[in-house]
Design a protein around this ligand. Structure first.
Ligand code: RIB
Ligand code: CA
Length: 311
């Protein structure tokens, strides 16, 4: 089986962790490296969590590099209230035996894509600071990457970090605009599809009953996340933001409806961080780089595949 080489860039909180467990359980994925970034939690803690997850999954040869500790043009803001003080639902999982590598996450992106040009798919499920910095250092990076699957943005759906902005874009809008303008094949997996792709009671019960390492860990860390989402949904269920971006990187046929547009990121005023595309039927391409924006996905098939990977 041909395996997709994945470089994961993540602010390793709870749904990032589930995305890692998903990738670890997929025979068609080869996780080549992880880079951390600020966002849900500080970048150093995100790297420590990536190492914890890799150790749990027996992936001890996958390097982890620490990435950007703050956004490009605004102060650091974190979201421990969603992911727990430790970013993993406060379950007290012990630290990994390994330490992060000596290079930065930005250097790691540039090095690995230079070693394997055209082979690496980047799955970016945190703020896009590392990718933006890497593009600033070496704009030719865009020609060396196979594709980029970003969890971020919202088109019709309301924001989750502000009334109009999705969290990963809100955390570093300047970096996001660099990524959308770089001219590489990008898919923006936003709230329009991730909020509709959820774990509900039946699947949570199935995960609880799996008795597998990945399933047990997912079930433990998800309890904190479910507590948070239960307050807004009124039912004990949660969206699968980062796992869906990882899934689409491996299998774009989950996408059932999409728009292919240039994406603008609002950089000023109260809608800073909002992602904007032209949805008018008479839209004509402006010549700017285009991004795939899924608007509907096969959530049932993806959730079933996620459960299989956790098993
Ligand atoms: O908006 C959801 C995104 O923000 C996810 O990547 C979550 O982990 C947080 O980073
Ligand atoms: Ca994330």
């Amino acid at each position: 089986m041909k395996r997709t080489k994945i470089l994961l860039d993540a602010d390793v909180g709870i749904d990032d962790a589930v995305a890692m467990l998903f990738l670890a359980g997929r025979p068609d994925a080869e996780l080549v490296a992880v880079g951390s970034v600020h966002g849900n939690i500080p970048s150093d803690l995100a790297a420590a969590n990536a190492l914890r997850l890799l150790e749990l999954c027996g992936l001890d040869d996958v390097p982890v590099a620490i990435g950007a500790r703050r956004p490009m043009a605004q102060p650091l803001a974190t979201a421990e209230w969603v992911h727990g003080a430790d970013g993993l639902g406060n379950i007290g999982h012990p630290a990994a035996r390994r330490a992060p590598s000596n290079e930065s996450a930005v250097e790691q992106i540039l090095r690995l894509t230079a070693e394997s040009p055209g082979e690496i798919t980047i799955v970016a499920v945190g703020p896009l600071t590392n990718l933006g910095l890497a593009l600033c250092l070496d704009p030719s990076l865009a020609q060396r990457v196979k594709s980029v699957s970003v969890m971020g943005g919202a088109i019709v759906h309301e924001g989750n970090a502000s009334p109009t902005a999705e969290a990963n874009i809100w955390h570093d809008p300047e970096a996001a605009q660099l990524v959308f303008d770089a001219g590489w094949p990008v898919t923006m997996v936003g709230l329009d599809v991730t909020m509709a792709t959820r774990l509900r009671k039946q699947q949570l019960d199935e995960i609880a009953a799996m008795g597998s390492t990945r399933g047990d860990f997912a079930h433990k860390i998800l309890q904190h996340y479910l507590d948070v989402y239960e307050k807004s949904f009124g039912t004990r269920e949660c969206p699968l933001h980062d796992p869906l971006a990882a899934g689409i990187a491996l299998d774009p046929t989950y996408i059932q409806e999409e728009l292919v547009r240039d994406v603008g990121v609002n950089l000023t005023g109260p809608t800073r961080g909002a992602t904007i595309i032209d949805r008018r039927p008479w839209y004509e391409p402006s010549g700017k780089p285009l991004t795939r924006v899924p608007m509907r996905v096969d959530s049932d098939r993806f959730v079933a595949d996620l459960l299989n990977a956790l098993r």
